[in-house]
Write a protein that binds this ligand. Structure first.
Ligand code: MN
Length: 499
């Protein structure tokens, strides 16, 4: 499936005509060089497009409105080369609706001590102009990213690259459509939420269908198509029979192949990029979608179990934000399952009854067919694996009744000490920052769910910036978290985010 458009970002340089044509010529030349070099760096995931220097109210307003209208433009990066009186930005900023970044850089890296004079200072005064511009953006209450440093530094380029992915998440959020083929699991609270408010805040469209409408698509899949996909599974994954009859095993796998094809056709035809199922509402489906959902997640679809449309949309959002990333380690829905509380080895085993995305797998992936203790269908086929080590984030979007809160936890993924031969599901194991006790305590105080949208490939900063752009509360649980301050933060946020 298509994960994102061919987005571009505009690079707009601010100045004024006080310094003469020669100065403005150099301003334009410098910004062209910066754009060229940033594009050549290979660090940015999207192309930067140079725009003529902005020096008047009219041009600024016109440029921002063109950015609004250009479907390929995912955001504007602004840079004040000289002093650009900020009242001239008010109308443009007021009408601008896309992500905004303020790159606070200057063309030269070092002060030219031997030659510096007033002309040089007047021409190269980002330190001055960036503050004037920043003031008006703050006064107008506009959410933006400020990135400070020399444009040729790798670290600055990486921050721009990271922000570009956040910006695409902000722009693409309003294109997320979630297909629910079951309602919320009975009596479960945290997976519920206000879908109208979610559409207002995030732009998400969350629709429900009777399960048998999608099951009809599954039933209509041809045997030939199923056989081809089963062959693909058998060539790609290890077949772990564990004493089952090979033919019977294959028939169970074929059911999942049929579900994968039928579901994907349904979602494509109706324009959904995320799906929600529920083990208790399967209609005429023969098995709980397991392997099928795992494969769809790997293709870029969002997923949430037991009616959890918020997690489904968040997983889809993360899939978009990480699309095309070199050396991506993976993104999945996850569920906190069971603890290891041995001192020094504390962690949480993460899994789900079936639906963990194989993009996070480390090493070989196997297929197993095993009974499911919940639900009342035949034994479903599923992909089994363990996951990669390294830093990652787990996020939970909750509805507090009067507002949404995004909880973002830095976690350290680790290898489990021993194989788990009897565990018939994909899994990950992590220790939340700053440690299990404080991390889990903070998570619970914040009201975080048992389902998470998890990724190795985004940072807490990116998800927090996304939340800020959506106008919702975000709380971070990381190496700096202590409970006393965290409780105060939650208390203060009650006031700050009150409607
Ligand atoms: Mn669950």
């Amino acid at each position: 499936m298509k994960t994102a458009k061919n987005y571009k970002f505009w690079f707009c340089t601010g100045s004024q005509d006080l310094y003469g044509d020669e100065c403005l010529r150099k301003v334009a030349e410098h910004s062209r060089i910066i754009v060229e070099e940033l594009n050549k760096s290979g660090v940015l995931p999207f192309e930067l497009v140079w725009k003529p220097t902005l020096i008047t109210n009219e041009l600024i307003r016109k440029t921002f409105n063109e950015a609004n209208a250009d479907e390929e433009c995912a955001g504007v990066i602004t840079w004040m080369h000289t002093f650009s009186p900020a009242k001239s930005w008010i109308l443009g900023l007021k009408e601008y609706r896309k992500p905004l970044c303020h790159l606070h850089t200057q063309f030269n890296k070092e002060i030219p001590y031997d030659t510096i004079d007033m002309d040089f200072m007047n021409e190269n005064q980002s330190a001055h102009g960036g503050r004037e511009y920043g003031h008006i953006v703050t006064r107008m209450g506009i959410e933006r990213k400020v990135i400070v440093g020399h444009w040729a530094d790798r670290n600055v380029q990486e921050r721009i690259a990271s922000w570009m992915r956040t910006a695409v998440g902000i722009v693409e959020s309003s294109h997320i459509r979630v297909c629910r083929i079951a309602d919320n699991m009975r009596n479960v609270a945290v997976t519920e939420g206000d879908k109208v408010e979610a559409q207002i805040k995030f732009g998400w469209e969350v629709d429900s269908y009777p399960v048998n409408e999608i099951a009809d698509y599954v039933n209509d899949v041809s045997k030939g198509d199923v056989d081809t996909l089963v062959d693909e599974y058998y060539s790609k994954y290890d077949i772990i029979l564990e004493g089952r009859d090979p033919e019977e095993f294959k028939r169970h796998v074929a059911v999942q192949a049929q579900i994968e094809i039928g579901f994907e056709k349904f979602l494509e035809e109706k324009g959904y990029q995320a799906i929600v199922t529920h083990f208790g509402d399967l209609g005429s489906l023969q098995q709980l979608p397991g392997l099928a959902i795992q494969r769809l997640m790997e293709k870029g679809y969002g997923f949430g179990a037991e009616g959890d449309w918020k997690t489904a949309a968040m997983v889809r959002l993360m899939k978009i934000m990480t699309a095309g990333m070199k050396d991506a380690k993976g993104t999945s829905m996850m569920e906190d399952y069971t603890y290891n509380l041995v001192p020094g080895k504390e962690g949480i085993l993460q899994s789900h009854m079936l639906e963990v995305c194989p993009s996070i797998a480390d090493g070989r992936i196997g297929i197993k067919v095993c009974p499911l203790s919940m639900g009342n269908r035949e034994d479903p086929a599923r992909l089994v694996f363990t996951s990669k080590a390294g830093p990652a984030i787990a996020t939970s979007l909750i509805d507090l009744g009067d507002r949404f809160r995004l909880i973002i936890n830095d976690v350290e993924c680790k290898k489990v000490e021993k194989p788990m031969p009897k565990l018939p599901v994909g899994s990950a194991f992590w220790t939340p920052q700053p440690n299990l006790a404080t991390g889990a305590e903070a998570w619970i105080l914040a009201g975080g769910a048992h389902h998470t949208a998890f990724t190795y490939d985004l940072t807490a900063e990116q998800m927090g910036d996304w939340a800020a752009a959506m106008g919702i509360e975000a709380v971070y649980i990381d190496k700096d978290t202590n409970i006393r301050n965290f409780k105060n933060e939650l208390r203060w946020n009650e006031a700050a985010f009150r409607k």
